[in-house]
Design a protein around this ligand. Sequence first.
Ligand code: FAD
Length: 411
Amino acid sequence: MVADLSPATAWSNWVGNQAFTPRFAAAPRDEKEVAALVHDASERGYGVRVAGARHSFTPIVETDGLLLDLSRLRGVVATDPERKRATAMAGTLIRDFYEPLWSAGLALKNQGDIDTQQIAGAVATATHGSGIRNTCFSGVVRGARLVTATGEIRDIDESEPDLLRAAQVSIGMLGVMTRLELEVTDTYRLSEQVDLWPWEAVLERWDELVHAHRHFGFFWLPTEESAALYNLSSHDQTMADKCYVKLYDDAPPDRPDSAAVGRRTDRCYRIYPMLYDPNFHELEYFVPLALGRDALSAMRDLMLRSLPDSIFPLEVRTVGPDDAYLSPNYKTATTVISVSGQPGTDYWGYLRSVDALLSQFSARVHWGKLHFLSAERLHTLYPEAHRFIDLRRELDPAGMFLNDHLRELFA
Ligand SMILES: Cc1cc2nc3c(=O)[nH]c(=O)nc-3n(C[C@H](O)[C@H](O)[C@H](O)COP(=O)(O)OP(=O)(O)OC[C@H]3O[C@@H](n4cnc5c(N)ncnc54)[C@H](O)[C@@H]3O)c2cc1C
């Protein structure tokens, strides 16, 4: 038996819409301790889940067994500028990559709106940024170290493509990730253009915006008060029914760094992160890129009809295709559509309408954000879900890494 298994205190996520008290909690110091803890839990018949940085809105951390905190397994442990690879411990925050990579002439290929997630947590749910020439974080995973249900430490790499594709998006169901190898890129700087555009202008120029820029995304603001909910500001007094458009391109070498609002040029990692207050929870669906424009028009109509439940901005991004079995971008580039609401308010009717609408566009879901996916829809939308489930059963026949929410979809 492992000595320092302590009774746990209550756990809750970033915004407080998920909370539970596990039976035990532990914060192992190294991979051997992780293996011993998992082995012990398996012998005693406890479930095990890992908490990352608490930024998921769905019940994907919850357990009534042992909750592991891997924040002591933190740091970039290797960089390889020739092969464009970086290896980091599972509890490394996205922002922890910046300086070690930059000093090796490297950078993350892409990233999302915040940089406070742990890398294993971000990879587990296919966390993404924007731009069809880049994949989500899971798409750049080239290797992983996994503690499986027996407590065995197993290295997965490109020589086992089936297992790697399952591990790239696994929502913690294959075991405990202790380190990850990522494909990275040479350092780059970004130039930003942020402007308010009419909705029609964005849709008219959709193809150009998606294809001609490294990274394009926008927030559509259904009402005047919408922008402030996501800390978006503009000198323009009227923001209702406008799009807060963000365009990013590689900065030419002769362009100096600049901090000008809406026109910054800087190291990539200083440009990406935004500031969010914990005042929302979010649903985010992915529709095939070719259906994006039609889905967006339908979403705007729905949101205008759904006011005042729909005052949070509609966020729109794109993501490139990858091969991970549970990825929302599996074999297809996607238009990513996100809506939010205020915790404590009953806006479930609106969310269900969004789900029903986007289902007509073959929408897949963000595993870390609110969704209404059923097992039946999972198998229709994710053609390799059965392969993921077969591998999950092989690695964890007793289902010790499942919880009630995941069991409904993946048992
Ligand atoms: C303000 C905010 C902004 C966001 N912006 C974006 C965005 O721009 N793009 C986007 O795609 N998503 C975004 N998200 C969602 C977020 O990136 C994902 O929910 C992500 O999974 C959270 O990572 P985390 O480290 O907090 O992990 P958690 O939420 O704590 O955990 C996520 C999952 O990973 C599992 N897990 C964590 N570590 C391990 C491990 N070592 N081994 C096995 N399983 C593990 C957990 O059990 C859980 O199932 C945002 C969320 C918030 C709150």
